[in-house]
Write a protein that binds this ligand. Structure first.
Ligand code: FES
Ligand code: FES
Length: 151
C-alpha cells in the first residue's frame, strides 16, 4: 500500500510503485477531471500540483507522489483557484475543454507564485500546455483578468 494525500484527503493505494499517478487519480480515485493526452509529458493535459508546483501526472510514478500533497482540478478552491475559474468562465476560454483542466492548474500555479505576470511570464509558465482548439489568446487574457481580480 502506498499512501498519498489528494485534495486534502489521505488515500492508501494498492498499486505498483511505478504506476503513473494519472492512472491512480483517474482509475482508482475516480478523479477524472485530470485528462490523459499524450502520456509522454508533451501536452500538459494531465497537469496537477504536487506541493503547489505543476507536475505531469502521466510521467510521475506513484512512488514519487507518496507522502506528498497532490491537488487536482476537483480540489481547486483556493482564492487564486477561484479567481482563475471565474475569469475562465467570464472570458469563455473553453472550446472542446479537453486541455483546460491542465491549463487551469498551470495558470493557478503561475498566479500563486507571481501575482503580476507579464506576457513572457505567462508564455513561459503555459508553454507546456497545448490546446488543439488554439484557445491561447483567451487563456492569456483570462490569466490577466484573474491577476487583476487578485491585485
Ligand atoms: S498526458 Fe501528461 S503531458 Fe500529455
Ligand atoms: S479547448 Fe480543445 S484542446 Fe484546448
Amino acid at each position: 500500500m502506498i499512501s498519498l494525500t489528494v485534495n486534502g484527503k489521505k488515500h492508501s493505494v494498492d498499486a505498483a510503485p511505478d504506476t503513473p499517478l494519472l492512472w491512480v487519480l483517474r482509475d482508482t480515485l475516480q478523479l477524472t477531471g485530470t485528462k490523459y493526452g499524450c502520456g509522454i509529458a508533451a501536452c500538459g493535459a494531465c497537469t496537477v500540483h504536487m506541493n503547489g508546483a505543476p507536475i505531469r501526472a502521466c510521467m510521475t510514478p506513484l512512488s514519487a507522489a507518496a507522502g506528498q500533497k497532490i491537488s487536482t482540478i476537483e480540489g481547486l478552491n483556493s482564492k487564486v483557484g477561484l479567481a482563475v475559474q471565474t475569469a475562465w468562465e467570464k472570458l469563455e476560454v473553453v472550446q472542446c475543454g479537453f486541455c483546460q483542466s491542465g491549463q487551469i492548474m498551470s495558470a493557478v500555479a503561475l498566479l500563486t507564485t507571481n501575482k503580476k505576470p507579464n506576457d513572457s511570464d505567462i508564455d513561459t509558465a503555459m508553454a507546456g500546455n497545448l490546446c488543439r482548439c488554439a484557445t491561447y489568446q483567451r487563456i492569456r487574457e483570462a490569466i490577466k483578468e484573474a491577476a487583476k481580480k487578485l491585485a
